[in-house]
Design a protein around this ligand. Structure first.
Ligand SMILES: [Fe+2]
Length: 587
């Protein structure tokens, strides 16, 4: 049977992410910010999704479902109602915002389809269901109470639920605008840190302060009940309507205006940090006790951005009635991508869940890109216009080197063709080189959208990449035309704008595929020059000894020999012996 894949996505609030499941197992998960290098990037996680698909060796058409981690329509409704002054209070029945798998006919459907070139089914989960799912399904527990606490999703700001086997249910929720996350963020803002990312600084500052404002917080800011639910006194907050978190009344209560970001920290900020931390710990403890009462279970799973408050988590473990605690490492909204994917798999598809006692399903949270030493080295070298001997895995059958016994270079370099021909292959400078390109990117570079795994198809360079020759260049005679750059990948562009293309798929050569992927990620070019690992007149290398010999006798700069990287400049002097030297006159 063909494996079924589910892609989960979280986006558009902060910290976008993607996560891929294969038959329910997490294949890959990553946050978009790591690729775009924009902290907390909220944009559609296109690069993260691409990475996940590549890690699974699949294309979007292989996906059974794409899931989105919350319901933007409901969130929008909440924002509207907030302006109309509707404000529910206390823990209430978990409020389903609509049919469980409502089909949001919003811009989002279109956005996802367009971005991923995907035309299958798209499902949406409740924000706190995604958090709860990310907390329970990967946990090492057969059954557990679930507590999710964050700033806000659609309406819920905290939820209590229960997970059993392959299902979970949310029982109660606390609703906007009564939110632990927003309370903490208000103090984050007031103490001069960045909301949504500076919260951990407040937590780190707390031990330097005294809890001198705790009473004031309880008296003025919130009405805390035994079950952990509370009402925030909106007189002091601005986040419902304004761009800042707190207002003048808040400043008055805590002895002056907010600290200016980057200015000197004073004792006041430390005391404020300590105070809000103490209050949050108390709220979380009470909520945990509520979750225990509601379920009678011994295990607790936590997620939601507030579950990153490890000081409070430690107190829950020590002081609550729960015996065991498991916390989703991507507790914030990034983890929603993982949550919705698992929710689709277990609940929507009703697939069983296997629990390994003592081991969770997160694989140590090591779910992002990895790079083998040779990939790293090859990147450093390829992008530096070095020429690499690439010796990896089983040797090819047939005349072509396909990424197991290959010499590789950067196709963007206008000097590469001549250099590889003359200094490495010891052959005529005009001879063209072939490109290896990621299968799913082939039509970005060539007028071709088909498999060509064995380098047996010639196709024109994509028209938009061709650089037409000037009249002057057209007058050049014969070989002089070699030096004319014909495209933005000149080293693989033949004189007639053609190329002999090899498409590379992850299932047939994962290492080579990952290398090109990495080269692409770092340079924006999903193509490498690939020529056979030999010199003119010699068969392609077979053994490591063949490869080393060829490496030492040519101007290949570096040799990747399986997991080993060899630098030409650090090799002992090569002494020729016998026949080969007579055959080839080297300079
Ligand atoms: Fe959240």
């Amino acid at each position: 049977m063909v494996d079924r894949y589910v892609l989960g996505i979280s986006a558009f609030y902060h910290d976008s992410a993607a996560c891929l499941l294969r038959e329910g197992e997490i294949v890959a998960a990553a946050q978009e910010e790591r690729f775009t290098r924009k902290k907390g990037d909220a944009a559609f996680p296109l690069q993260a999704a691409r990475y996940c698909l590549a890690a699974g060796g699949i294309t979007p058409s292989d996906l059974a479902y794409v899931g989105f981690y919350d319901k933007p329509l409901t969130k929008f409704e909440r924002i509207l109602e907030t302006y109309l002054g509707v404000a529910p209070r206390g823990f209430g029945q978990f409020r389903m915002a609509g049919p469980l798998w409502m089909k949001e006919k919003l811009f989002l459907d279109r956005e996802i389809r367009r971005a991923l070139a995907y035309d299958g089914e798209i499902l949406y989960a409740e924000h706190h269901e995604s958090h709860a799912s990310s907390a329970f399904f990967p946990s090492p527990f057969e059954e557990a109470a679930i507590l999710t606490i964050d700033g806000v999703g659609e309406w819920a700001t905290a939820a209590v639920g229960v997970g059993r086997g392959n299902d979970l249910e949310l029982l109660q929720e606390l609703q906007w605008p009564d939110s632990v996350g927003l309370l903490y963020s208000a103090f984050t803002y007031f103490t001069g840190f960045k909301v949504n990312s500076g919260e951990y600084k407040v937590m780190g500052l707390a031990p330097y302060g005294q809890p001198k404002y705790v009473d004031r917080i309880y008296r003025e800011l919130l009405d805390l009940r035994d079950d952990g639910s509370f009402t925030l006194n909106q007189k002091y907050f601005q986040y419902l309507t304004g761009l800042t978190m707190t207002n003048g009344a808040f400043s008055q209560l805590f002895g002056g205006p907010p600290r200016v970001p980057e200015s000197k920290l004073t004792q006041r900020e430390m005391d404020l940090a300590k105070s809000v931390q103490v209050v949050c710990e108390e709220i979380m403890l009470r909520m945990a006790r509520t979750a225990h009462r509601a379920t009678g279970l011994e295990n607790l799973c936590l997620a939601g951005g507030v579950a990153l408050n490890c000081v409070a988590n430690g107190r829950i473990l020590r002081e609550s009635p729960f015996k065991r605690l498991w916390i989703q490492p991507a507790a914030g909204d990034a983890g929603g991508a993982l949550g919705v994917a698992q929710l689709i798999w277990h609940r929507y598809c009703n697939q069983p869940r296997s629990v390994r006692p003592g081991a969770d399903g997160m694989r140590g949270a090591y779910l992002g890109p990895s790079f083998t030493p040779d990939e790293i080295a090859a990147y450093l070298l390829l992008a530096g216009e070095k020429v690499i001997g690439w010796f990896d895995g089983r040797m090819e059958f047939g005349p072509r080197a396909l990424g197991a016994r290959s010499i590789l270079g950067d196709p963007r370099s206008p000097r590469m063709q001549a250099q590889m021909n003359l200094k490495i292959k010891f052959r005529e400078g005009f001879r063209p080189f072939a490109p290896s390109v990621l299968r799913e990117r082939v039509s970005d570079y060539f007028e071709l959208d088909a498999d060509s795994p064995y380098m047996l198809l010639v196709a024109p360079i994509k028209a938009t990449r061709q650089i037409p020759m000037t009249t002057e260049q057209q007058q050049l005679w014969g070989i002089d035309q070699l030096n004319v750059e014909r495209s933005d990948i000149p080293a693989v562009t033949h004189i007639d704008y053609s190329a002999r293309v090899q498409t590379v798929s992850r299932d047939t050569n994962p290492n080579y595929y990952d290398l090109i992927t990495e080269f692409d990620r770092l340079t924006g070019c999903a193509v490498l020059v690939n020529t056979s690992f030999n010199v003119r007149g010699e068969p392609i290398v077979c053994t490591p000894a063949d490869a080393y010999r060829c490496f030492m006798r040519t101007h290949i700069d570096h040799l990747v020999l399986g997991p080993f990287l060899l630098d030409k400049t650090r090799q002992p002097e090569w002494k020729e012996s016998g026949e080969w030297q007579r055959e080839f006159q080297l300079d």
